[in-house]
Design a protein around this ligand. Structure first.
Ligand code: AMP
Length: 226
């Protein structure tokens, strides 16, 4: 069983790479954020509990998160392997995953960190501008307006939400990076950490992930195997 953990700060491009990698490896992406959103939508007791934390922008407690993740990776479609996105988010979760896998004589095959410097993350996430007229979204670099500060569609003024301002983003990022650093350290100690440079084009990052995984012995699953 291939267990690949994708690590990266918000904005590092992990969410772009995860489905591409899943297609190449022939195994599913399991994102705890998606599992929680589905549980909230279905109105399950777990979903109702998780929602309290999600709405407050906090991490869901480890006990609940680990239980949900372990249940998901024990389903038949995860038999040949999984790509984990958004899990583990804490050292406790990382240790719980190790323990559960060890119980099945399995282990994390590789933890791939998509590495992007904090200042670049702040720049990527803080480039969002919205028009006052109808909330049409723009981005400084990826979809700028024709005329700076003016909406292409209705001519109204563009502004930045408090949430999208660099100083707000930097504060939120500092909080999240602390926990990520512990998870990175966990996998560094376990000698399964591989780091790829996230400051490159999408296809180059994808190639770098493939190379890192091949180095860790993770190869695509042939249909019917497992
Ligand atoms: P995401 O889609 O990964 O941003 O996750 C959305 C929300 O789900 C997060 O803000 C957390 O409240 C919760 N969540 C997702 N994954 C985890 C995790 N591994 N540990 C704790 N909470 C999580």
């Amino acid at each position: 069983m291939n267990v690949v953990v994708l690590l990266g700060a918000p904005g590092a491009g992990k969410g772009t790479q995860a489905p591409l990698l899943a297609a190449r490896l022939g195994i599913p992406v399991i994102a705890t954020g998606d599992l929680f959103r589905a549980a909230v939508r279905d109105g399950t007791p777990l979903g109702m509990e998780a929602r309290r934390y999600m709405d407050a922008g906090q991490l869901v407690p480890d006990e609940i998160t680990v239980k949900l993740l372990l249940e998901r990776i024990s389903r038949p479609d995860a038999k040949a392997g999984v790509i984990l996105d958004g899990f583990p988010r804490t050292a406790v979760q990382a240790a719980a995953l190790d323990e559960a896998l060890a119980g099945r004589r399995e282990q994390v095959s590789a933890a791939v960190l998509v590495d992007v410097p904090t200042e670049e993350l702040v720049r990527r996430m803080s480039g969002r501008w919205i028009c006052r007229g109808a909330g049409h979204p723009y981005h400084e670099t990826s979809s700028p307006p024709r005329l700076e500060g003016v909406c292409d569609l209705d001519g109204s003024e563009l502004y930045q939400r408090v949430d999208d301002r660099p100083e707000t983003i930097r504060a939120r990022m500092d909080q999240q990076l602390g926990a990520l650093e512990q998870v990175i350290e966990h996998y560094r100690v376990a000698r399964v950490l591989r780091t790829v440079n996230g400051l490159q084009d999408i296809t180059i990052v994808a190639d770098a992930i493939d190379a890192a995984l091949a180095d860790a012995g993770v190869t695509p699953v042939v249909a019917g195997q497992g």
